[in-house]
Ligand binder design. Structure first.
Ligand code: F6R
Length: 250
């Protein structure tokens, strides 16, 4: 794993955007696995800026998002489809038909999960998977549990996730209790993984993910078994990591 320590959120976002833009420039028809939440907002802002300067084009890129709240339509302002339109898709030249997000209003969750897995396979898998990490170590919405769930599945959100995400809703009651999420298989099968982590409240989980046992109780720990992971984090997020060997400061 390559670890970049950045001074702050802005520097982290720029570094992460560099990794994505290098991917798009090297393989213009790549499949990007995308994430939502506050961690990648600055990364998307930077990409939009570079797109505006004609430094890169998403015209041939395809994207698959990690997750979607179960029960929210793509037009709901807190849905992850809406987030992606607002922060990236509406501002770059990616073709709408090449952007995929699980359907939170599908009739049958199981069938939607199976469809999403087939879709990812039909695209040939993910070239670069962007991930954030929850305070409890979740990636996508793969919450801590007794085993790693491999395929796309429906999940009960952990109380700490509902608590963390209530800031985006009018009240905690409005936060959906379930989500559809890509499973560990397609995340781990991505050719390259870019993990962005910011803030002191993630420091404990991040240190454990990097140095503790690989366990489904801390889903991000599995990333240590992937051959090509780039972690881009700010100082605060890396503040509990004792062993600084290999950490590159940018
Ligand atoms: C979002 C996702 C989640 C978030 C995580 C961190 O698509 O998959 O795993 O990355 O909950 O969220 P933030 O960045 O808001 O702290």
């Amino acid at each position: 794993m390559r670890i970049y320590e950045c001074a702050d959120y802005r520097a982290m976002s720029r570094q992460a955007a560099n990794v994505i833009s290098a991917q798009v420039i090297m393989k213009p028809d790549c499949v990007l696995g995308l994430a939502t939440g506050s961690s990648p907002v600055g990364t998307y802002e930077q990409l939009v800026e570079w797109y505006g300067k004609k430094d890169l084009s998403f015209a041939r890129v395809k994207s698959v998002n990690l997750d979607e709240y179960w029960g929210l339509s793509g037009t709901h302002p807190q849905s992850y489809r809406y987030f992606m339109q607002e922060h990236l898709f509406d501002h770059v030249d990616i073709l709408p038909e090449n952007t995929y997000v699980p359907n939170g209003l599908a009739e049958d969750a199981g069938a939607e999960c199976a469809r999403y897995d087939r879709l990812i396979e039909s695209l040939g898998g993910v070239d670069l998977q962007l991930l954030g990490m929850g305070r409890n170590g979740h990636i996508g919405f793969n919450e801590p549990g007794d085993c790693f769930e491999l395929g796309t599945h429906i999940i009960e959100l952990a109380p700490s996730t509902i608590d963390a995400n209530k800031r985006f809703f009018a009240s905690e009651d409005e936060v959906p209790r379930q989500a559809l999420t890509m499973g560990i298989r397609h995340i781990m099968q991505a050719k390259k993984i870019l993990l962005v982590v910011s803030g002191e409240d993630k420091a404990d989980a991040l240190a454990k993910a990097l140095t503790g046992p690989v366990t489904p109780k801390l889903p991000a720990s599995i990333l240590r078994l992937h051959p090509d992971v780039v972690l881009v984090a700010d100082k605060a997020a890396l503040s509990r990591l004792d062993n600084r060997e290999g950490v590159m400061t940018v």
